[in-house]
Design a protein around this ligand. Structure first.
Ligand code: PLP
Length: 461
């Protein structure tokens, strides 16, 4: 204990072990920004400077910051029933009400929600459900899970491996041995110059089928994908992609898990990404947007096909479903989610995300068209990215990672008061603002990042 030290910046530097941060740099230099308060799309830091948060925290503060209605719901519920659990058929009213509300929004054929506290634990639960389902059906070999390069599914021992980003595997002995990856549908780094959507989709579906056949279909349990990949680069698949993938999976009795942790609850301008991308999953994971980040809550939505086995063959073989967290179906978190969904519905924020998303994507395309190091601007709804790369005679080449192109752009924009995000494994800068963002705020975010990119471009020459 160091007596007398009270400066939060010093305390942070000394005592907080930061996620996804350079340990030695943080210990030396401390926090890049210390947030103190927030309202709407704006964060105020400890020096009083205001920043436009064009990332809604980590893709999650969909209704914007500072909503009294959610704060009041949290406080009221904490006073009335601060906690009770869902084990052994115990229940609380907010969780029951929320489950019905989530299922009412979900695609046809979904009937149950299993609650957790993070996107990672939801996807971890998914893996266990896939194994449990196949064990109950007498298919104990059917355990491998296929994910995609650049997919982001979390950080637990299972889900960090499903995540197709090497930075989450390095030093952790991951992925676990039952995990496989196929290519991402990335226009810049995977699509061949001569491929149209149909040819690109057909090649990616064939890659998946070839992998299932080479592994042995009896050993493959599930395929997991985000409707639009988020942290891996905001990658929107080509037209027809998920229909082609579904056909392959159906042929080999492989479940499809939609990771809706970012897309779910409106970010693409539809309640779920599955609607926007014509994805027909057997299982879905949700988190972030269910509470807009005001409280940690996730859900695994279970489709009828899987539920029939969980409530049919499984109990006789395994007894009670032996999985659950202390905080599964937490009533305070559920109350926050209910207030959040009230806001989303009453303010038509799903529609608004679609409209503001179109505005954002057009603004990015216009603003970055003349910068020679822009390989692509892309997005759907309020998820967008600009991919920076070095132009070559026949396409694009990644910048050497030591040049830190995207991180430098993001850092320069932050100095000018706009929060964007540098995504790993190439140089993409992302935008994923609250649904309440205005056209003027979008213009500010885009012009600030464009200016920062111009400065970095000039410095590269
Ligand atoms: N799945 C997706 C698509 C995500 O974007 C994330 C987090 O960004 C996760 C899962 C993991 O969620 P959490 O960080 O809440 O564990």
């Amino acid at each position: 204990m160091r007596p007398g030290m009270t400066d939060p910046r010093e305390l942070d530097k000394q005592y907080v072990f930061h996620p996804f941060s350079m340990a030695h740099v943080h210990e030396q230099s401390g926090a890049l920004m210390m947030a103190r308060s927030a309202d709407g799309c704006w964060i105020t830091d400890d020096s009083g400077k205001r920043h436009l948060d064009a990332m809604a925290g980590l893709w999650c503060v969909n209704v914007g910051y500072g909503r009294d209605r959610i704060a009041d719901a949290l406080a009221d519920q904490a006073r009335q029933l601060s906690y009770f659990h869902g084990f052994s058929s115990m229940a609380t009213e907010p969780a029951a009400t929320l489950a019905e509300r989530v299922i009412a929004k979900a695609p046809e054929g979904f009937s149950k929600v299993f609650f957790g506290a993070s996107g990672s634990d939801a996807n971890d639960t998914q893996a266990k459900i896939v194994w449990y389902y196949n064990n109950a059906r007498g298919k104990p070999e059917k355990k491998k899970i296929i994910a995609r390069d650049r997919g982001y599914h979390g950080v637990t021992v299972m889900t960090a491996g499903l995540t197709g980003l090497p930075g989450l595997h390095a030093g952790f002995d991951l992925p676990l041995p039952m995990i496989r990856h196929v290519s991402a549908p990335h226009n810049v780094w995977t699509r061949l110059p001569e491929e149209d959507d149909a040819a690109f989709t057909a090649r990616l579906a064939k890659e998946l089928e070839d992998l299932i056949l080479s592994e042995g279909p009896d050993t493959v349990g599930a395929f997991i994908a985000e409707p639009v990949m988020g942290a891996g680069g905001v990658i929107v698949p080509p037209e027809g992609y998920f229909a082609a993938i579904r056909e392959v999976l159906d042929r080999y009795d492989v479940l499809l898990i939609a990771d809706e942790v970012i897309c779910g609850f409106g970010r693409l301008g539809t309640w779920f990404g599955t609607e926007a991308l014509d994805m027909q999953p057997d299982l879905m994971s949700v988190a972030k947007g269910i509470t807009s980040g005001y409280a940690p809550l996730s859900g695994v939505l279970v489709g009828d096909k899987v539920w029939r086995v969980i409530s049919g063959e499984a109990p006789a073989k395994f007894g009670a479903f032996g999985h659950g967290y202390t905080y599964t179906a937490h009533p305070v978190m559920a109350a926050a989610a209910l207030a959040n969904l009230d806001i989303v519905e009453e303010e038509n924020l799903v529609e608004r995300a679609g409209e503001m998303g179109a505005y954002l994507n057009e603004a990015l395309a216009r603003a970055f068209a003349d910068l020679p190091i822009v390989a692509e601007t892309r997005g759907k709804g309020l998820m967008a990215a600009v991919e920076f790369a070095r132009p070559t005679a026949d396409g694009w080449q990644k910048f050497d990672s030591s040049l830190q192109v995207a991180p430098r752009i993001v850092r320069a924009a932050l100095e000018d008061g706009v929060i964007s995000r540098a995504l790993p494994n190439s140089d993409a800068v992302s935008f994923s603002p609250p649904f309440t963002i205005t056209p003027e705020e979008i213009d500010l975010a885009v012009s600030t990042v464009r200016k920062a990119a111009g400065v970095v471009h000039d410095a590269l020459r």
